[in-house]
Write a protein that binds this ligand. Structure first.
Ligand code: MTE
Length: 333
């Protein structure tokens, strides 16, 4: 068994996972001494993979082969500039959070089992007309562009990623929600056959996320369908995932199958699991610690440098106004 020595900044699963879930999983794995120990020991990245990359993944798991690849590369929108190096592709595609495939970071191999074609997306709730459309029919109608975004996980590691995709607003305009809709709720696929995490107890599947309509039509809210100038690999959330870079990464729901327009605030996956630690808003704020660790700094993944965390992850000029006058809410967890 490979025992990995976590780096100082890596948050052990016992800390990163809400306590109730962690204890539940420990109980579940109590009888599986060897397998359980291996899983728990494997919650950080393998040091060999961090040093050398794990490039085998990046030619696999793409969304639908040639058809998908023919969409990329797309022109870069130069509005969004980085203050740091782009994270190496082989690192960003082999160190992932995708609990459907396991609660450790090395899920990319397991994620290759996710069937990506056909992939239907349902639009329902408070819309002029509910409908289901194939991913390709949808994406072909959208204005594709590339954006360089910072990506900040609640676990205090950060990457910088070139996403390809389209503004969430373009999808919303196409979906034609009623003016009475105040939230968009997003839902990930359910497939217990291939997603081992969905067979484990302790989590309220499917993964659900939500934004207010004001957040969803903000310029920064992006639906990513590709990464590094190519179709999205399964492990990063193929065929389409959210990228809301001013919020902690858990808001950026992967592998979406449903957008529901509603006037009720959705109960999100992590809020459901651990409401004291993972709330609805989850805006990045260096001054508000997670209940179990500081958010003041972040580790730039792959560079081994620690830098100060920025309010709204540095995107305040785009989004700070969204929260003017919002009182009585915990905007930061
Ligand atoms: N979406 C789904 N469906 N399942 C998940 O477990 N993890 C979230 C988010 N979206 C997650 C998800 C978390 S915690 C993070 S930090 C990002 O995806 C990680 O995205 P990445 O693996 O592309 O870096």
């Amino acid at each position: 068994m490979l025992i990995k020595r976590p780096k100082g900044w890596e948050i052990p699963e016992a800390q990163a996972t809400p306590e109730s879930v962690y204890l539940n999983r420990r109980h579940f794995m109590g009888g599986l001494a060897t397998a359980g120990a291996a899983l728990l020991a494997g919650c950080g990245p393998a040091e060999d993979a961090r040093a050398q990359g794990d490039g085998a993944s990046i030619s696999t798991g793409l969304t639908g082969g040639a058809e998908a690849e023919s969409l990329y590369p797309v022109p870069r929108n130069e509005t969004f500039v980085l203050d740091r190096e782009i994270t190496r592709e082989d690192l960003a595609t082999t160190y992932n959070n995708f609990y459907e495939f396991g609660s450790h970071k090395r899920i990319w191999r397991n994620a290759q089992n996710l069937p990506l074609t056909p992939w239907d997306v349902t639009i329902d709730g408070m819309v002029e007309q509910e409908r289901t459309i194939s991913f390709y029919d949808l994406v072909r109608q959208m204005p594709l562009e590339e954006r360089l975004y910072r990506h900040r996980c609640v676990e205090a590691w950060a990457m910088a990623v070139p996403w390809s995709g389209f503004p969430l607003k373009a999808l919303i305009d196409w979906a034609r929600p009623l003016s009475s809709a105040t939230y968009v709720r997003m839902e990930t696929f359910m497939n217990r056959q291939v997603a081992s995490g969905q067979r484990a107890p302790g989590y309220p599947w499917p993964y659900v996320e939500g934004l207010t309509m004001a957040e969803a039509v903000n310029d920064l809210a992006f639906i990513a369908t590709g990464i590094y100038g190519r179709a999205m690999p399964a492990q990063n959330g193929a065929p389409l995932r959210l990228a809301v870079p001013w919020k902690y990464g858990f808001k950026s729901i992967k592998s979406i199958v449903r957008f529901t327009f509603t006037d009720e605030r959705p109960l999100t996956f992590w809020e459901n699991v651990g409401p004291r630690e993972y709330g609805f808003w989850a805006n990045v704020n260096p001054e508000v610690p997670h209940r179990r660790w500081s958010q003041a700094t972040e580790e730039l993944f792959g560079v081994e440098a620690r830098v100060p965390t920025q309010l709204f992850n540095g995107y305040g000029e785009y989004v700070a106004h969204l929260y003017d006058g919002v009182t009585g809410e915990d905007l930061w967890h």
